[in-house]
Design a protein around this ligand. Structure first.
Ligand code: ZN
Length: 416
């Protein structure tokens, strides 16, 4: 097992960890460890809400989740010799949930587990929040680092595609200022919207490593929230950044300051219910190296990555199409957001004929290794987006040929 550079205590909140991580982005957060190029090491991660979600049959925890505490991130790790303008090579060597009983005996004595949430429209929202405004939750049993199945969703079992939902290097002061400028400008166009258009810096519950006193207070006022993906990567939620992939991250500060978290056992493209992946606490093994001056040399301003030969080998998909015409019949111009939403809604309506609730179908699309594509983006006025549902994840026939059969048992956890 590689050297563990960052350990978590799952019995304690992020503010009380022996070595504090962070939950905002800021260039001044001190590194927790330093490695040489070529190093291989292990990082432990808490799940993204800092342990607020429980393995039970109520969604009250999802309803009441405090979203000022996320994402809890492990790091930053400094890489010796890294300078702004370099590329940081990060090989995702392996990752998974903590082995049974080693880290979570108080939470789940019998098995590894993860969860998928539909967040309330008034507290987080999601891609289809106007259709599914109420909180729901599914608990997944994780079998090895391979299979997932849920007591809350019948007749579905699949091979996951584990990945860090969130990983990237610290921004420079200049880049951070640019994020804050442009996101504030967007928020100002509709500051009272629910859910909000973006999240400005927030001092409440900000954890910034070992920063203290006036340094902490100054940084907390300007540190960026972790929800959006940005030029450094961050919360990209790309399922294919799985074990065996190699990522190239732009470096903006000396030492690069790599951080990560929000481990997912599995996820569909788009992570559509917002907390739509199978969220888990766990470990990730990494190898790092440098490409000196790689940003200018290769014209790279956002991360790029090479995919992995290790991915689930599903071969048959049922594909649902959507076009840029909204639910009221209004025509949009080549709008991929509307088109992907309609594709997802079409898939959900279909799965309801097989006895799933709309919310169960929503969670299946968010968490299973589902492919999402922009199939056409030039044929005015309609974009065509498609969602590819692997038929093999269902333990019965879901083709539109036989009379649809209802599933056996199982309901999502709801709020009381
Ligand atoms: Zn996540």
């Amino acid at each position: 097992m590689p050297n563990v550079l960052f350990e978590v205590d799952l019995t304690k909140p992020w503010t009380e960890q022996p070595v504090p991580g962070h939950n905002r982005w800021h260039p001044d957060i001190p590194p927790v460890a330093s490695v040489k190029p070529g190093a291989v090491f292990r990082i432990e991660c808490q799940e993204w809400t800092d342990g607020q979600i429980r393995n039970d049959d109520s969604a009250n925890d999802v309803r009441d989740v405090d979203l000022t505490r996320n994402h809890v991130l492990s790091g930053p790790i400094a890489v010796e010799g890294a300078e702004p303008g370099d590329l940081l090579i990060v090989d995702i060597l392996d990752l998974g949930p903590f082995p049974q009983g080693t880290k979570t005996p108080h939470l789940s004595p019998t098995t590894e587990w993860g969860y998928t949430g539909i967040f309330a429209k008034i507290n987080g929202g999601g891609f289809l929040t106007d259709h599914f405004p109420d909180p729901h939750k599914a608990i997944w049993d994780l079998q090895g680092t391979t299979y997932a199945q849920s007591r809350h969703i019948p007749d579905v079992r699949y091979v996951g595609i584990p990945h860090p939902g969130l990983i990237g290097c610290a921004p420079s002061h200049e880049l951070l200022a640019e994020w804050n400028r442009r996101e504030a400008e967007l928020i100002s166009t509709n500051p009272t919207r629910v859910p909000p258009l973006a999240l400005p810096p927030l001092e409440t519950n900000a954890v910034l490593g070992t920063l203290k006193g006036p340094e902490y207070e100054r940084a907390a006022k300007e540190a960026a929230r972790t929800i959006p993906p940005r030029e450094h990567g961050g919360n990209c939620d790309i399922k294919n950044l799985t074990r065996g992939s190699r990522c190239y991250f732009p470096v903006y500060v000396p030492g690069a300051k790599l951080s990560m978290g929000d481990l997912h056992f599995s996820q569909g493209d788009g992570e559509i219910s917002f907390c739509g992946a199978i969220e888990m606490a766990g470990w990730i093994d990494l190898h790092v190296d440098l490409v000196k001056g790689g940003m200018a040399k290769y014209g790279i301003t956002n991360p790029i990555f090479r995919t992995s030969p290790l991915e689930p080998r599903y071969t048959t998909y049922l594909v649902f199409e959507g076009i840029s015409v909204d639910e009221s019949g209004k025509q949009y111009y080549l709008d991929a957001h509307v088109a992907y939403r309609r594709a997802c809604l079409n898939a959900i309506e279909y799965l309801k004929k097989f006895g799933y609730t709309g919310e169960q179908a929503y969670i299946i699309l968010g968490s299973a290794p589902v492919e999402g594509r922009i199939s056409g983006i030039v044929d005015i006025p309609n974009a065509c987006c498609t969602i590819y549902l692997p038929t093999e994840i269902f333990q019965r026939n879901i083709l539109p040929e036989e009379p649809p059969t209802a599933p056996t048992t199982g309901q999502l956890a709801r709020a009381s």
